[in-house]
Design a protein around this ligand. Structure first.
Ligand code: ATP
Length: 372
């Protein structure tokens, strides 16, 4: 995790106290961010949370109301867009329709009258695997191919930072998944800093080595995808990255390793380093795929918290897994995803069951937050 540090030797992109207001509305609120050089960084959040505004400030298309942006120690807060070593790939590609693919990619270099244009264009077309399409016009290419031309056109300028604003948004799901892998390959190959804006949690987690989750103009949490998923600090992060069961509880006792919580009369333990609490009232969080379902009274094979008294209220077979809703004695329905490995028996609506999970799979969040 990139905890913002104060040394001056940082050679990546740094935002400090960056705020952007439009009239009385604050779109980006006092943002601190360190993106190391060469990182694949994702800004993830729902529509309107301020992702694009943040990106536009890095690109120079928007001026911060307050705060500073530096790149490798150089202040670029007020630098003109074309003066910064930053390029943007937009969702709508913005290719020149009258130029062929080769000329689209060559455009930036030719305008700057640099030498060796042909070799560089060939190299870029090779990188994005479009050598054979060089003489076609953009409209003769598929969406995914056009996206790769846009990428080549941005990369040929050798920016230090490449900004990607929902670049795969216009593609269908299958092509999107293929392009995610492709983008990751290209980023590794060229080794540049990529900052990718998306509202798709799966996309952010697939591609980025660091994800910052944004909500209402602030970053709620930043870290490696698996860290955000396994140990969310807020209910927003817990719900935005996948699905979570959040159950009310109250702290009974604390040790250095575990916190024991009273969950509707049942004691459950949660690792102390997964507790993000201010007071004693808590949300106990557990991912649906971490919950085991068994016969009522069965001693489940995982050593863990055992929660009796459930009744299956919905069963959905979805191929790789079976997804249950289980009504608990306190009235709440919990989600349980069971992998269809063939080893476990399936339950039907109305059956009495016992749930269980390993203590180290749960997390605790402060109850002052909304559970949704
Ligand atoms: P989306 O994924 O929908 O693009 P986003 O997270 O990128 O969302 P932004 O485009 O950064 O969100 O917008 C953040 C907020 O700032 C929104 O509420 C938006 O209406 C507001 N906003 C953005 N640009 C302006 C502007 N020029 N004038 C006024 N309000 C703006």
């Amino acid at each position: 995790v990139q905890a913002p540090s104060s040394d001056d030797s940082f050679d990546g992109l740094r935002l400090r106290n960056v705020t952007k207001s439009f009239g009385s509305f604050t779109a980006v609120d006092d943002l601190d961010l360190d993106v190391p050089r060469g990182a694949f960084f994702a800004l993830l959040g729902p529509s309107g949370c301020g992702k694009t505004t943040t990106l536009r400030m890095v690109a120079g298309l928007e001026t911060p109301t307050r705060g500073s942006i530096t790149l490798a120690g150089t202040d670029i807060t007020y630098a003109k867009p074309y003066r910064r070593p930053v390029n943007t790939v937009f969702q709508n590609y913005a290719l020149f329709p009258h130029l062929d693919i080769y000329e689209n990619v060559a455009f930036g270099l030719k305008r700057r009258k640099v030498s060796g244009v042909d070799a560089q264009v060939r190299q870029m077309l090779d990188l994005v695997e479009l050598e054979s399409q060089a003489r076609k016009k953009p409209t003769q290419l598929s969406g995914g191919q056009q996206q790769r031309v846009a990428l080549a056109r941005a990369l040929i300028n050798e920016p230090e930072v490449l900004l990607l604003d929902e670049p795969l948004g216009a593609l269908d799901l299958k092509l999107r998944r293929a392009m995610q892998i492709e983008l990751k390959r290209i980023q590794t190959e060229v080794g540049l800093t990529f900052i990718h804006v998306t509202h798709d949690q799966e996309e952010a987690m697939t591609m980025a080595d660091t994800v910052a989750v944004m909500n209402a103009g602030v970053i709620e949490q930043m870290g490696a995808p698996e860290e955000l998923y396994e140990n969310p600090r807020t209910t927003f992060v817990a719900n935005f990255l996948g699905q979570s069961n959040l159950i009310e509880g109250e702290v009974k006792s604390r040790s250095s390793d575990f916190i024991t919580v009273d969950m509707h009369g049942i004691d459950v333990s949660v690792p102390a380093d997964r507790a993000h609490l201010d007071g004693d009232k808590a949300w106990i969080g557990i991912r649906p795929e971490k919950v085991l379902i068994g016969d009522a009274g069965e001693v489940l094979d995982a050593p863990g918290n055992s929660i009796p008294g459930g009744v299956v209220s919905d069963v959905s077979f979805v191929g790789v897994s079976t997804q249950y809703l289980v009504r608990m004695p306190w009235g709440q329905e919990l989600q349980v995803f069971q992998q269809n490995t063939g080893h476990r028996r399936l339950y039907r609506n109305g059956e009495s069951v016992e749930l269980s999970w390993r203590p180290d799979y749960a997390f605790l969040l402060d109850h002052s937050q909304d559970a949704r």
